[in-house]
Write a protein that binds this ligand. Structure first.
Ligand code: MN
Length: 240
């Protein structure tokens, strides 16, 4: 039985080809899997359950079909879709999971995270992150009219683009010390995350123990997903 780890689809009604590839992935490679973990930024923006966007409904319907056939669908919100919650999960037949989450796979403890919380060399971003993760700010944001949420999401996207354009690459990558303290605290030797759009498998030693950090890719460039099959991890294109 196989397990898939996927992140950073950034599904956006203006880029329908990504959603089409994801629907092909769900109906093809993911079909019959034991589990599918969606590790953040499934949507470029998630405004709330009252957003009537039909492209988003198509995705929750396809996920629910996979779940009905017996695949565990687990959803972790990312920084773009931080308002994703139990409403979406009910429609998608999915379970909402926390960032970070600990999983046991192949007899090993594995940490799952979106990854943005590990980018601690970027204090401006971390300030923004703690704001949007604040429960009071989230509920006042969710209470705004849909039009206002749409305008805020657009402003946040252009702000993020402007920030990424000038930030040094190391600033927007995860910080190795933050990775190590997260693994150490969880007693895990493997971390799987997305967010940085730099798919790779990194090996390093931590307290004399071999550890692995696996970064998933984004779907606008190559769609590198992680497949756990036959007791091994494979970082591979979603559709081969
Ligand atoms: Mn992200």
């Amino acid at each position: 039985m196989s397990t898939w780890f996927v992140s950073d689809l950034h599904l956006d009604p203006r880029v329908p080809e990504i959603a089409a590839r994801f629907l092909r992935f769900l109906a093809g490679p993911a079909r019959g899997a034991r589990a599918l973990y969606l590790l953040g930024d499934l949507f470029e923006a998630w405004l709330g359950d009252d957003d009537p966007e039909p492209a988003h409904r198509q995705v929750s319907t396809a996920l629910a079909a996979l779940a009905r056939r017996g695949t565990l669908v687990a959803v972790m919100p990312g920084n773009r879709d931080f308002l994703l919650d139990t409403g979406f999960c009910a429609a998608a037949g999915a379970v909402l999971i926390e960032d970070p989450s600990l999983l046991e796979i192949g007899g090993e403890r594995v940490l799952l995270s979106h990854g943005d919380g590990l980018c601690v060399d970027d204090p401006g971003y971390q300030r923004l992150r703690s704001l949007v993760r604040d429960a009071r700010i989230r509920s006042s944001c969710a209470a705004l009219p849909l039009g206002s949420r749409r305008r805020l999401a657009k402003q946040a996207r252009s702000g993020s683009r402007a920030h990424l354009a000038v930030a040094d690459p190391y600033i927007t990558d995860v910080n190795q010390a933050a990775v190590e303290s997260l693994l150490r605290a969880a007693g895990a030797a493997t971390l799987i995350h997305g967010h940085t759009h730099r798919p790779a498998i990194h090996h390093f030693d931590l307290d004399g123990r071999p550890c692995t950090r696996i970064t998933l890719g984004d779907w606008h460039h190559g769609a590198a997903v992680l497949h756990w099959v036959g007791g091994k991890y494979r970082l591979q294109p979603a559709l081969e």
